[in-house]
Design a protein around this ligand. Structure first.
Ligand SMILES: Cc1ncc(COP(=O)(O)O)c(C=O)c1O
Length: 438
């Protein structure tokens, strides 16, 4: 390959139209606070917290310093048979942040790994209890649980599944909860749709409840284009899971660490699952890390019943990585010192006003919001789903704003440090973008 050919195609970019990007690259060379610096020297407002991860804003001095110090002190240590004091400290801290009785933590390197870990721990739990026939996993249409084979099997985004063979067996899916006929332009959680949780009864009866290990859902679905749970839906899922002895997993890779103004969506909605998967905001995106938060009874079942010295044959080279651990401890301190979750709650009404101010603009068929999350769903062009969304993303970049699009849905999730003035600027610019795209 020549140097010229090598230039951009060497990097096969994730979830990106690679060839299109080569023609029109959007290169980033720096970041601070709410802004990126583009290669052409412009300040670009980060309306997506990177990929839902930079909740404390970019270049937080506390996190930068902690990582710098850590890399010079202990760069790497394995956590198979060895430990670092900080990883135990972080696990205790996380255990105290999530609802009781979720008091144990398994570290991973990403959201996808957290999902695979949670699914495996759910299966392991039932076997440890002598209930090994419970092997089925239930996900939901339009669910996103990362890109591992476990995650795409229980996930419900068709393009992420259809090219990759037979996937895990024994998986079924709940219906998604998106219903624009009834819920368009809802502020907060939609009124209609709690009854969709009843489908879990149908699925349980269809397969025999004693074969079902776990249900996994995002309490607020993100990557599919932001779907808020209907009022009462999550509570009903919890009840049905309890009725049938099924574990409930909340995939909180984007909702944990303040996105809804609380440490977790579980806390926000007042519904406690058995396992919570997290990543992203755990380290502010600075060093890759995930964590699965685990119910007491699940941890104890492994400790008490395994019959081998190692209680769980699972783990990653980077579980508890020292740099990630240092980044996470500093990130949690930054959230705490700056009262960032309360700040997100206080800013949410202004955010809601801002996002709903786009109602009535061309092609806008729905707007939704919760916490510091917003979505603007655009009409798709005939025969070209996603084209209008892509054009909006490019136009916003030209206007100095980074947005995320899923098909024709714009998803917004700024760092929690966004100010009222920045909210106004953001929606002013987005209004201009929407008026100008065809
Ligand atoms: C709900 C959810 N689960 C899992 C993942 C996967 O995380 P990662 O990309 O770190 O593997 C994501 C990523 O966006 C997510 O939103």
């Amino acid at each position: 390959m020549t140097a010229a050919q090598n230039k951009m195609s060497s990097f096969w970019m994730p979830f990106t139209p690679n060839r299109d990007f080569h023609d029109d690259p959007r290169m980033i060379v720096g970041a601070d606070g709410m802004y990126y610096t583009s290669a052409d020297g412009r300040q670009i407002m980060d309306a997506t917290a990177g990929l839902w991860c930079v909740n404390a804003g970019h270049n937080d001095p506390l996190i930068v310093e902690a990582v710098q110090k850590q890399v010079a002190t202990l760069d790497y240590a394995p956590h198979f048979n060895f430990g670092t004091p900080q990883s135990f400290e972080l696990a205790s801290k996380l255990a105290s942040m999530f609802p009781d009785p979720l008091n144990h933590v398994f570290f991973t390197g990403s959201g996808s790994e957290s999902v695979d870990t949670a699914l495996k721990i759910a299966l392991h739990y039932h076997r440890m209890r002598g209930d090994g026939a419970r092997t089925r996993l239930i996900g939901r249409e339009r669910g996103y649980h990362g890109v591992g084979f476990g995650g795409i099997s229980v996930g419900g985004i068709v393009n992420n599944r259809k090219h990759f063979g037979g996937l895990l067996t024994g998986v079924d899916h709940l219906p998604h909860t998106h219903n624009l006929e009834k819920n368009a332009f809802t502020k907060g959680c939609p009124e209609h749709g709690a009854e969709l949780a009843e489908d879990l009864v149908r699925i349980a009866e269809l397969h025999d409840p004693s074969t079902i290990a776990a249900v996994i859902v995002e309490p607020m679905a993100g990557s599919t284009g932001v779907l808020m749970p209907p009022v009462g839906y999550l509570k009903r899922l919890r009840e049905i899971c309890d009725q049938y002895g099924i574990l409930l997993i909340f995939d909180e890779v984007i909702t944990a660490y303040g996105r809804l103004g609380k440490a977790s969506a579980a806390e926000y909605f007042g519904v406690t699952p058995d396992l919570i998967t997290t990543a992203k905001g755990l380290t502010n995106g600075v060093v890759p890390m995930g964590a699965v938060i685990i119910d007491e009874k699940i941890y104890n079942s492994a400790m008490d019943n395994t019959g081998t010295p190692i209680e769980l044959f699972h783990g990653y080279t980077y579980s508890g990585h020292p740099l990630a651990t240092a980044a996470a401890l500093a990130t949690l301190k930054s959230y705490e010192d700056n009262d960032m979750f309360a700040r997100a709650t206080a800013m949410a009404p202004k955010w809601e006003d801002g996002v709903h101010s786009l109602k009535g603009l061309p092609h806008v068929k729905d707007i939704r919001n919760l916490g510091l999350v917003g979505a603007i769903e655009l009409e798709s062009r005939a025969g070209a789903v996603g084209a209008r969304g892509m054009e909006a993303m490019k136009a916003a970049w030209a206007e100095g704003v980074m947005i995320r699009v899923t098909g024709d849905i714009i998803a917004l999730s700024p760092p929690l440090i966004i100010s009222e003035e920045e909210i106004q600027t953001l929606f002013g610019k987005l209004a201009g973008v929407l008026k100008n795209i065809a």
